[in-house]
Every structure is written in structure tokens, then in C-alpha cells.
Design a binder for this molecule. Sequence first.
Ligand code: SF4
Length: 365
Amino acid sequence: MALDSARQIARTALELPADIAPAEAFAAAAYADQIDVRFATFKDGRGFSLAAMLRQNGYEGGLRAVGHLLPDQKDALLRSGFDTVEADDASAPARWARKGAAHIYQPDPGAPQGRHSALHRRALAARKARADALAQELDGADPETILARALEVYAGRIALLSSFGAEAALGLHLIAGADPETPVLFLETQRHFAQTLSYKDRLVAALGLKDVRVLEPDVDEAAREDADGKLYERDGQACCELRKVRPLARGLEEFDAVITGRKRYHGGARGALRAVEFDGERVKINPLAFLSPDEVTDRFKALDLPSHPLTEIGYASIGCLPCTSPASAPGSRDGRWAGEDREECGIFDPALEARARRAGSIRLI
Ligand code: SF4
């Protein structure tokens, strides 16, 4: 890249002056996952316009305002398209250090609910294009390569989702080795086996995971929709919506990408898993997708990872107690919702976005 006013500060990170020509900035953005826009003076409005134009042009990587800025400019900067703001003044108040700003860009709080703005639609299209390109690059790669690239591209905007089930230790070990500060999301459905909860505590301590977030069903929704605690008997899908789909939607609000432990050998729709997928709103990273059952077993042994206690009595895939039975073979998911006409709880279903929107749990702009 030969751009006079752009300064390469890392392989995929650039610093641009606030007064750079838009065309030059767009060309630079094509090569960057992270852009810092440097304000020489807080009076320079061109940096605000530059951020908005980059977002409108489809850039959806990290965008940070740096330089000579004032604290009361922060909200306007975030609304312009920046996702973080960093003033030069080292004594700037702690409120500058906002972490995990909302994905894509800060929405206009006055925008009507239930509709994507044109800007948001363009940003989603850019996110999909980025995910498709990453899938092309990473399909078939080993777990370490897929994870490292995902952490690089979605830095600060990515979390791992774990069931702390039969195969979960592998993905958790992977993330602990790459970055133990990565948020780990656990869906506390309040229907887990006691062994899962104790295994979770054991793994978190053993692997040194620093940011495990427990996502629970909303108390009022649970009282209203599952007063007797037996919704799973009457309508399992509704129970999963209450205890998994909606809590996860709330937990993911600050993230653009989520790492899963799914593998192709799980079968069903997972048989065609890609390394990176776009679900209409967020990106799913599947670093373990291409492992075979033998490779999973070998890795468990080589790493000396502790097993979930229920695997010793035939549970190969472990979810909630009422909906999980021993499986017919190692690696099989046929013990999940046995006797029901479904293979998934809904959190990985392509219809997730539509269902969650109906439930009012994802605020669209
Ligand atoms: Fe409810 Fe079963 Fe779904 Fe758990 S897996 S949330 S108990 S229906």
C-alpha cells in the first residue's frame, strides 16, 4: 500500500489522520482490521465525518478515535462510528476507557425499533462479506489457526460459548492458551446436572479462565412462562427459548462474534459446518469443526484434560438433565432430546434472529 498519509502500525492496523481524503481512507480500510483516527485538535470535525463515511462504505473493523479530544465529545464520537475513544491525556477520566462498545457502531437511541437502518444493513452486509472471506481462508484449518485469526479480527468483540459438557474442555483449553481474558459465556438454564456445575468450577480453576459470565433466564419471564418449572415437559422449544435463546441474545449484545465447540462429526446440520459463519447478525467461529472423534480423544489425552463425570456412564453430549440421555456411541448427540423431533435447542438455528426479535430480546435499529 502506498498511501502518503496512512501510517502502518501493525499488520492489519492503521493510523489515519483525521483530515485524510475519504477516497484515500477507503483504500486504506480495505487492508485493515483496526483503524485509529488521530485528531490533531478537538475542533477538527473531519474525524467525525471520516468515521461515519468509513462505516457507510462498509468498513466494520475496529475504529478508534485517538489524539487531542475532550471527554464530552465521547458520545458524539461513538455515534459517528467509533467503537472506542482514547484521549492523549493520560489523566483523562476512567469513563474514557469504555470496553466492549456496542457492535458495528453506536445506534441512534431515537431510531424506531424493529427496523434496520440503511447504515446498519450495509454494516451487516460488510460483516457477512468479512465472514465469508474468513471462511474461505480458514475452512479445513487446525483449531489453533482458526482461533488465532478470529481473535485477531474480532479482538475485544468476541466471546466463547461453552456448555461445560462432554467435549467442552478442549475449546476451553484452547481459549485459555490463546487469551484467558476472553469472555466465556455459560447458559445457566437451572436444569443442569449437578455434575456439570461442579465440572465447570473445576475447569475454570484448572485452566485459569478469567472472565466466565453466567447467563440466566429472566426472573419475570420464568415466573410468567414456566410457573411450575415443567415447561420442558409441555413445550421443549419454548423452554429452550426461555432458558437458552433469550439469555444468550442478551449476553451477546456487546459482541460481534462467538466461538462455538461444534464439530462436523456431530452430524445433522452440523455436517456442513464452516470455520466461520454469519447468522444474520453475528459471526460464529467454529475452530473445532474439522476434528474427527479420534482427534478429539487424542487431544484430551495428550493435554491430560479432566473428563466430565457423566462421560464415564455413557453420556457423550451433555445438556440439561431432563433432556439428556446416554448416547449410542462416543461423539454422538443422539442422547439429546431423545424421542423429540429436534436436534438443536435453537441457539445455533438460522431462525434465531427472527425468533429473538419476536421475543423482543434483540434491539434492532
Ligand atoms: Fe428446557 Fe430441556 Fe431446553 Fe434445557 S434443554 S432449556 S430443560 S427444554
